[in-house]
Ligand binder design. Structure first.
Ligand code: PEP
Length: 253
């Protein structure tokens, strides 16, 4: 049974006291909702990871993700944070390949493959983000484009390694825009990505890999999206900054 996951990507938002307040509110409101195989993953700015960890200590189904890590192991890379450092403070997941990193920091599929490698080598599970732009959706083989993102950044992994990866399909045109893919559009892509994983790793392995949907998910849109057979939860940006709405999204998973 693959995990149902709701992850909240805070991006570059919240000051320290606000980050603590949001976490405390979430733990109070959502802890009883997250049982069994379900998981909530908070992705705060890296500077808050250690503090937030203390606030989720007694909530075993809450985990932490960093929003990024270096592709390098260690050394003279000022400002960077390594996967080993994340592991050393108990961070279990890392977002890799968010479209904002691809767009503003020129992260390529090849670089992301390196980041995936260093994360896995240090026992940190990648949440690998993929997705097409509006122009690609309208003018190109957009499913082929997203499949290729998986091929180039993930398909060198062994079966054991791919089973530690979570995939997040995030159409760029739906991120932070208020436009959500319809449940049908999202399900079509998720099914295509699962089939692509099955072609490479076999159906049994593909069935085990959680594929999250991201792109303006709200409390209103989450129930229909999450009810789709190949959508295993969500990666939520804006709505994860509001404890009540994020709790409603968690309940919908
Ligand atoms: C995201 O940044 O991963 C995201 C999906 O953002 P939003 O929910 O705000 O569209």
């Amino acid at each position: 049974m693959r995990k149902k996951i709701v992850a909240g990507n805070w991006k570059m938002n919240k000051l320290a006291d606000e980050a603590v307040a949001l976490t405390s509110e979430l733990v109070n409101m959502a802890n009883d909702e997250v049982k069994g195989d379900a998981k909530v993953i908070l992705c705060p700015p890296a500077i808050y990871l250690t503090t937030i960890k203390k606030y989720i200590e007694n909530s075993p189904n809450f985990s932490l993700a960093a929003q990024n890590c270096s592709d390098k192991v260690s050394g003279a890379f000022t400002g960077e944070i390594s996967a080993a450092m994340l592991q050393s403070i108990g961070v279990e997941y890392v977002l890799i390949g968010h479209s904002e990193r691809r767009q503003y920091f020129n992260e390529t599929n090849a670089l992301l493959a390196e980041k995936v490698n260093t994360a896995l080598a240090n026992g940190v599970s990648p949440i690998f983000c993929c997705g097409e732009s509006l122009d690609q959706r309208q003018n190109e083989d957009f499913i082929g484009f997203v499949k290729n993102q998986l091929t180039e950044s993930l398909f060198h992994l062994s079966t054991e390694q791919i089973l530690s990866v979570v995939i997040a399909y995030e159409p760029i045109w739906a991120i932070g825009t208020g436009l959500t893919a319809t449940a049908e559009q999202a399900q079509d892509m998720h099914a295509a990505l699962r089939a692509h994983l099955a072609d490479k790793y076999g159906a049994a392995v593909a069935e085990e890999i959680s594929i999250l949907y991201g792109g303006s998910v709200t409390a209103a849109s989450a129930p229909e999206l999450f009810a789709s057979p190949d959508i295993d939860g969500g990666l939520v940006g804006g709505a994860s900054l509001k404890s009540r709405e994020f709790t409603e999204i968690i309940k919908a998973r």
